[in-house]
Design a protein around this ligand. Structure first.
Ligand code: COS
Length: 379
């Protein structure tokens, strides 16, 4: 067993860290406070060939492995959780279903421009009445001649306002439950596709999240992704990979909380000495570092399973569960180490504290992660 990263992985981390120091960290505060979508950073990521990291070069990707992609998300999120998530949502939730289930024509038309960074992608599954119970979708797609007409509403759809294409899930046969859901490729600008209200979030504030409304939105039959009734399986498989991405985002946030706490505790003097010399602080730092390292092992292991072609649904759920709860705990501790200053707007740990929360919720809550883990152990 070798716990070392390869030279290639180390190089990717070093390059992305340099990129973050130059372009991401300096605008992270403004990205959060205004809030402002980091459009220039996304352009720069595209120039660095980072918008389709784990997909083959023939589809415009970088042809790297999943672990490389996970390291990039971790490093971006360490500097700015909004930026890490924007890339994760695009790569895991929009590109993956096209790569895995798309026809060659669909890949050429949509996956290639997504991976080249000519447009961003989004994934529209959640509805006001169908969150954790994803199979309760009320959005319908009715076959009409050589196409489908979609009607319904989606909520909490990240990247939707800036996406060139959205993967939309809708019921084609309500009588069949999970087997009645289908996935559709809906390009921005399709009549009847309406980007609704922008949602004002607690954290990852620079990422754009909105409602998506479908009003007699007609797509051609060739925009059906996979077969009719394949939608739930496509969504679940897509989310399995996405959960490793969110684990990496949480890992980056937790690492940043640890970095800030180490730095501050060495500088801050109380009782005539740096607070790092106090056992209360040392124990907090030791606990933080241990849990961050455990998150990293779980997350990299899940990515390794993906790369080896092994099952990774349970591993992804464990990684996301542990890394997201670790991020929430560590950012809380980081604010505690900082005291009053950590509670003030504009301080990095105040932002990290808010950014961490969503990792316990999206792409499957911690409760769903426990269901997936228990389901795989007890079946
Ligand atoms: N990969 C492939 N297929 C999967 C799968 C996976 N990871 N998970 C479930 N399936 C299949 C099952 O095999 C089953 O197929 P069969 O009927 O052929 O056996 C089918 O999907 C239904 O599975 P199940 O009965 O487990 O579905 P449930 O409705 O009980 O849902 C949970 C299970 C709660 C785990 C699922 O709905 C879920 O993950 N919800 C959270 C959704 C989510 O993450 N939302 C966030 C949206 S993006 S921010």
């Amino acid at each position: 067993m070798d716990f070392n990263l390869t030279e290639e992985h180390k190089l990717i981390r070093a390059n992305v860290r340099e990129f973050c120091e130059k372009y991401v960290a300096p605008i992270a505060e403004v990205t959060d406070s205004e809030p402002k979508f980091p459009a220039d950073t996304v352009k720069r990521l595209a120039e660095q060939d980072l918008l389709g990291i784990p997909y083959p070069a023939e589809y415009g990707g970088a042809g790297s492995d999943y672990l490389s992609y996970i390291i990039v998300i971790e490093e971006l999120s360490r500097a700015c959780a909004t930026t890490g998530f924007t890339l994760e949502c695009h790569t895991s939730l929009a590109c993956y279903p096209l790569f895995k289930f798309g026809t060659e024509e669909q890949k050429q038309k949509y996956l290639v421009p997504l991976c080249k960074g000519e447009m961003l992608g989004a994934f529209a599954l959640t509805e006001p009445g169908a969150g954790t119970d994803a199979a309760a979708a009320a959005t319908v797609a009715v076959k009409d001649g050589d196409g489908y007409v979609l009607n319904g509403s989606k909520i909490f759809i990240s990247n939707a306002p800036v996406a060139g294409v959205i993967i939309v899930f809708a019921m084609t046969d309500k009588t069949k439950g999970t087997k009645g859901i289908s996935a559709f490729i809906v390009p921005q600008g399709t009549p009847g596709l309406i980007i609704g209200k922008h949602l004002n979030k607690m954290g990852i504030r620079g990422s754009l999240t909105s409602e998506v409304l479908l009003k007699d939105c007609r797509v051609p039959e060739k925009n059906l992704l996979g077969g009719e009734g394949q939608g739930f399986k496509i969504a679940m498989m897509t989310l399995d990979g996405g959960r490793i991405g969110i684990a990496a985002q949480a890992l980056g946030i937790a690492q940043a909380a640890l970095d800030e706490s180490i730095h501050y505790s060495k500088e801050r003097v109380q009782f005539g000495k740096p607070i790092a010399s106090l056992q209360a602080i040392q124990w907090m730092i030791a606990n933080m570092a241990t849990e961050v390292e455990a998150s990293r092992f779980l997350t990299y292991h899940a990515a390794w399973c993906y790369d080896q072609g092994l099952p990774y649904s349970k591993e992804a759920a464990m990684a996301k569960l542990f890394a997201s709860e670790t991020a929430a705990r560590q950012t809380n501790r980081a604010v505690q180490v900082h005291g009053g200053i950590g509670f003030i707007k504009g301080h990095k740990v105040e932002r990290l504290y808010r950014d961490a929360k969503i990792t316990e919720i999206y792409e499957g809550t911690s409760e769903v992660m426990r269901m997936v883990v228990a389901g795989s152990l007890l079946r």
